[in-house]
Design a protein around this ligand. Sequence first.
Ligand SMILES: Cc1cc2nc3c(=O)[nH]c(=O)nc-3n(C[C@H](O)[C@H](O)[C@H](O)COP(=O)(O)O)c2cc1C
Length: 164
Amino acid sequence: MVADLIRTKRAVRQFEPRPVPDDVIRQILDSGRRAQSSKNTQPWHFIVVREREALKRLSGCGAYAGHLAGAAFAVVLVSEKNDGSNDFDLGQTAAYLQLAAWEQGVGSCIATLGEADKARAVLGVPAERGLRLALSFGYPAQPPAPPKRGGRRSLEDVVRWEHW
Ligand SMILES: Cc1cc2nc3c(=O)[nH]c(=O)nc-3n(C[C@H](O)[C@H](O)[C@H](O)COP(=O)(O)O)c2cc1C
């Protein structure tokens, strides 16, 4: 069930060395491309990175991007525009990619590429496209941690009914 996947999905930053088969990668990507977007513009491009050297170089493109180095593969999200206007849409596709992966037992974690220009140089992404986020994917090295008690704000804290 989608609700179970959402409840049990955690950020996974350590991965088994074994590769994720291409057909599984394709299923994950196919779910990502089905995400909703503003005016159905689908303003995303996915760069799939499996080469270890490139993954290592990308892991040096953000303060907390180290987990990319050990991923079985990464998906670098490139947006059509480089003005932040596609950010919500990219968040949607990221969530779909991650949930579809989790359904297959593949863990994932986002990496913010704070040094985007370095990442552009690694991948050859032109300046007019947005580049800020990558996702690590792979089979979790440890059994998934159970949902953390207090790991999310409570419903009562988050929800207001009818008015602020
Ligand atoms: C926009 C965004 C940027 C993130 N950037 C990073 C990052 O640079 N490095 C990292 O390790 N995790 C990153 N994360 C993952 C979050 O730290 C993680 O989703 C959050 O701590 C919840 O983890 P949990 O689901 O295991 O509780 C990012 C998540 C989002 C949504």
